[in-house]
Write a protein that binds this ligand. Structure first.
Ligand code: EPU
Length: 339
């Protein structure tokens, strides 16, 4: 049975800790709830915003529509054999709780994605990734309900059209599906451990740890805690911008002036460059303007020190965009969803 509340403060539901209100708000805990909601007049007459952990969005003002909090929970084993296990997790399950479930059971694949804020449902939405692993490599299917008809559709991995921080759910099917669960396949033995990201190997060496699912997860947690602000303490939404890709020729021309510029070759003579480095070169790292700012340890993360508004963050982001464009002729794209 669904309950629709009015004029709800969204402060507890977004990790940027922006004080904005939803005209209507409801929480959905079952697919049946969702189908009931689809026939409700408030749903039919207003725009909707589906919310998971609220960890990848910037609310720039009150939301004059219906916010639907995805609270579908549970982790179940779909199938297993000697070497792999396939798990289905409810979209409202916190991502990190799922990772810990896997680490505790020695299921391999998600350990590099430890401590990422947000929910299971948001993971395929933006193809979360960190330390050399992207969730697209583990996802088998995504189960989602059509937000107009209430029909369930099972998306294969290919149908999700995953890219770097991209999927079909963020692009052509935006707002058309409510992700209800995600099915992932993990290893039970012969784990493929990924320690290629420099800081992981360094942390394991410092701790004199042998690479294992548990030691990698612990190393990633330690690295994230050092570099990234805890949203429970300082409002933020992780990386605010995506890492841009530029032509090899532009990369080489910038490198003449900045020989230490990092870059990773991707497809078609393109180079991915860290937006954090570009932003730091423009002098933004650690800068504070009123109650918002750029994190002192990672320039890609914008923070709300307390009473910053969505507009304050947006205006800071625009100033950063303009200065990166001016200095390097590179256009940054936001990674967070601006609402
Ligand atoms: N760098 C700087 N200054 C900074 C930040 C970074 O010079 O202020 C340089 C670093 O020295 C390094 C390079 O940029 O050479 C890359 O930095 P880092 O390893 O911290 O990763 P990132 O590219 O800034 C990406 C993801 C993160 C993810 C890390 C680790 C994006 C948009 N961000 O950040 O994801 O945790 O790699 O894999 O791709 C997120 O999406 O919210 C997120 C935190």
């Amino acid at each position: 049975m669904i309950r629709i509340q009015e004029h709800v403060d969204l402060f507890p539901y977004n990790t940027f800790k922006i004080a904005a209100k939803a005209r209507y708000f409801t929480s959905v805990t079952t697919v049946a709830d969702l189908r009931e909601l689809i026939n409700h007049p408030v749903y039919k007459q207003h725009k909707h915003l589906i919310m998971g952990g609220g960890s990848n969005m910037l609310l720039t003002g009150d939301y004059d529509g219906l916010v639907i909090k995805n609270d579908l929970r549970g982790i179940e084993t779909v199938s297993e054999n000697d070497s792999t296990v396939t798990l289905k997790a409810g979209a409202g399950e916190p991502w990190h709780a799922f990772v810990i479930f896997c680490v505790t059971n020695n299921y391999g694949g998600v350990e590099n994605l430890s401590l990422i804020p947000g929910t299971i449902g948001a993971a395929p939405m933006q193809n979360i990734g960190a330390y050399g692993v992207e969730v697209k490599d583990l996802i088998k299917t995504v189960e989602a309900v059509d937000t107009s008809s209430g029909e369930m559709h099972v998306f294969t991995n290919a149908e999700c059209e995953f890219g770097y921080r991209e999927s079909v759910f963020k692009r052509k099917l935006k707002g058309k599906y409510f992700i209800s669960s995600v099915t992932l396949t993990l290893t039970k033995k012969n784990h493929v451990l990924n320690t290629s990201y420099g800081a992981i190997q360094q942390t394991l060496d410092q701790q004199q740890s042998v690479p294992s699912i548990k030691s990698i997860s612990d190393a990633v947690i330690a690295i994230r805690q050092q570099k990234l602000p805890d949203p429970k303490v300082i409002g933020n939404a992780g990386s605010f911008f995506k890492n841009p890709t530029i032509d090899q020729s532009q990369y080489e021309s910038i490198k003449k002036d900045y020989p230490e510029m990092p870059g990773y070759t991707s497809e078609n003579q393109q180079v991915k460059v860290p937006a954090g480095w570009l932003i730091e070169q423009c002098g933004w790292k650690g800068k504070r303007i009123g109650d918002v700012g750029v994190h002192p340890h990672q320039a890609l993360v914008l923070v709300n020190y307390g009473n910053g508004s969505g507009e304050n963050i947006q205006s800071l982001a625009q100033d950063i965009l303009a200065s990166v464009k001016k200095k390097f002729a590179i256009d940054l794209q936001p990674e967070v969803n601006i609402i």
